[in-house]
Design a protein around this ligand. Structure first.
Ligand code: CDP
Length: 238
């Protein structure tokens, strides 16, 4: 019964982890789910991007783990939840949404995200946000490390041409003048580093529901994900 389901939905809160490759639409699905469920949406990648921007602003060599770890001491990162229940990343007192999306940050972020001290700092913030549940968070290690007990874990993928095209259009719309080839290389390079790093690599385990959205509309992918969420809510309630 639809009525019963939605009543349960509003009473019980769960955490939803969405992990997957670069630029495959994790954020789009996470936002739509959060809106539908009245949950908080957290883009964990934005936090890694903000830390990377901090390093670039300080002129830190991101390949030098000691220097990056030292520079974390002067990092002031806050995640504000706005009226739309989405995170706004504030770095050292300044809202940095537009700056963190450019290719400059994208070309360094996976190196920064390899560093254990960075991961420990950000995972602690993410776990604090999720402790009362009602969170949809997307990233690379959300279902494996941040919320290993998440009631719903979704692993998203899409073919690499589709992903490169989507990100290329976003960057151009954001005012970046990049070539499709540069975007494709960045995505491939990040995927390679993110899946092979020592700490918290992106990896698929059997508790994930797999969503390949190469040929799915946004509405269809939301419908599929909501079915998984409803199953989890029903299981939690029984
Ligand atoms: O939006 P896109 O999928 O391109 O990437 P993102 O979610 O903004 O993440 C940027 C980078 O941050 C990734 O390529 C990873 O290197 C890192 N990241 C991570 O290591 N762990 C997370 N939970 C989220 C992002």
């Amino acid at each position: 019964m639809v009525q019963g389901k939605s009543a349960r939905r509003s009473q019980i809160k769960i955490n939803i982890a969405i992990d997957g490759y670069s630029s495959c639409g994790k954020g789009t699905l996470a936002k739509a789910l959060a809106k539908q469920l009245d949950y908080i949406f957290i883009d964990s990648g934005a936090m890694y991007r903000a830390v990377t921007l901090h390093m670039l602003q300080l002129g830190v060599d991101v390949l030098n783990e000691t220097d990056v770890t030292d520079a974390l001491q002067s990092l002031k990162l806050s995640c504000l939840i706005n009226k739309q229940k989405q995170t706004e990343i504030v770095l050292n007192g300044k809202e940095v949404e537009s700056e963190i999306r450019g290719l400059m940050v994208a070309s360094k972020v996976s190196e920064v995200a390899k560093i254990l001290a960075v991961r420990k700092k950000l995972v602690a913030i993410q776990q604090e946000i999720g402790k009362n549940k009602g969170v949809v968070m997307d990233g690379r290690d959300i279902g494996t490390v941040v919320f290993p007990q998440a009631e719903v874990k979704i692993f998203m993928t899409a073919n690499s041409a589709v992903r490169a095209n989507r990100r290329f259009k976003e960057l151009i719309a954001n005012g970046d003048s990049v070539s499709l080839e540069t975007v494709r290389k960045n995505i491939d390079q990040r995927d390679s580093i993110d899946t092979s790093r020592e700490h918290s690599p992106l990896s698929l385990s059997s508790d994930y529901c797999i969503l390949d959205n190469s040929d799915l509309s946004k509405a269809k992918q939301l419908e599929i994900a909501l079915e998984w969420v409803n199953d989890a809510l029903n299981a939690t309630n029984s």
